[in-house]
Design a protein around this ligand. Structure first.
Ligand code: AMP
Ligand code: MG
Length: 328
């Protein structure tokens, strides 16, 4: 069933998804339908990226360097996982952004990966219905590409996905009462500047916007981590988020910084530890980091929207809900 409440109020009455072994027969059947939609979604998305010439690479879990997730107004991490292997400190992947910039510069001009991210979100986020502490990004990057080209790719792929689902997953969409209501506009989607949204809704624009839009909508110019491109003259950020009606942000992306001087200045400004990004900084200094742009799509969030889930944990085989740790 599609959710009937708006996200801002969803938090009050939300039900926390239970693990597989506690589900009733009907709930298991629902989960099976979600499985079918997930299969079709992954099959279509990967096929669409691959057929556009993106190499399909496999993800990494541990590295010395990972996304600082700072400063990002949307980030809320309770614990940062660091551990030691072979005498070296490594972190679990918060996102593969650093790997993406390096791989896109040195090897694949276009590629994507299905990347498990571990983010120990603050436990109160269990009630948003929109956060998991483990989730998967379909993360992609393209060299010498502009933001608007990435947005067009996403728009085309999203529209293609919905068309495919309507054709090939009609039974499931009907079961979820989503066959008629699931739609995406034709390109280009509407684009809002974050400054205009702040003027209208205040700092809480992110929670207000989903109930104000009727179709997937872009937001640009969002101040955040050092790797998103910032014009130092205009102070505008060349980045973008895709918002889904009634739900919220499903994708974040940007044109990337590649110049050593700018990356260093931003790390110093933001208090990001340069020693955690030695390789990136060395490559940038040597001029080996190439301009690129890309994005990461939250797979579970996308499927939640498609099936009209109340909580993102419903679309996970093994729910990873902030503050709730099941055995599996
Ligand atoms: P980010 O670049 O940090 O915005 O992450 C990229 C995408 O991953 C977001 O747009 C979301 O779709 C998804 N995502 C981020 N955090 C979570 C979370 N805690 N649970 C589920 N999906 C998430
Ligand atoms: Mg984001």
């Amino acid at each position: 069933m599609p959710i009937s409440k708006e996200p801002a109020t969803r938090t009050l009455a939300i039900r926390i998804p239970r693990p597989l072994e506690q589900l009733s027969k009907d709930e298991l059947e629902r989960k099976q339908h979600i499985g079918k939609v997930t299969t079709r979604t992954l099959r279509t998305l990967t096929e669409k990226f691959a057929s556009r010439g993106f190499e399909w690479t496999l993800p990494v879990i541990f590295a010395k360097s990972t996304d600082p997730l700072w400063p990002d107004p949307g980030a809320s991490i309770e614990t940062r996982i660091e551990t030691e292997i072979y005498g070296e400190t490594v972190r679990t992947t918060l996102s593969m952004i650093i790997h993406k910039i390096v791989a896109c510069s040195l090897l694949h001009p276009k590629f994507f990966t299905l990347s498990p991210n571990v983010r120990i979100e603050k436990r109160e986020r269990r009630a948003t219905g929109w956060h998991a502490y483990e989730f998967t990004q379909l993360d992609f990057e393209a060299r010498n590409t502009e933001s608007k080209d990435i947005r067009r790719i996403v728009e085309d792929i999203l529209r293609g996905l919905l068309e495919d689902l309507k054709k090939n997953s009609r039974e499931e969409l009907t079961y979820f009462n989503r066959y008629k209501s699931l739609d995406a506009p034709s390109s280009p989607f509407k684009v809002y500047d974050r400054e205009d949204l702040e003027a209208k809704y205040g700092k809480q624009w992110e929670t207000q916007l989903p109930s104000a839009i009727k179709e997937p909508t872009w937001v640009t110019n969002i101040p955040r981590e050092f790797y998103d491109y910032e014009d130092f003259d205009t102070r505008k950020w060349d980045n973008y988020d895709l918002f889904l009606p009634r739900y919220g942000e499903v994708l974040s992306g940007a044109r990337r910084e590649y110049e050593h001087g700018k990356i260093t200045a931003k790390m110093e400004r933001d208090g990001v530890k340069k020693e955690n990004y030695e390789l990136l900084l060395t490559l940038a200094k040597e001029g080996r980091v190439k301009p690129s742009a890309g994005a990461g799509i939250g797979v579970e969030r996308l499927v939640s929207w498609i099936v009209g889930a109340e909580h993102i944990g419903e679309v996970q085989l093994f729910p990873k809900i902030p503050g709730v740790v099941y055995e599996l």
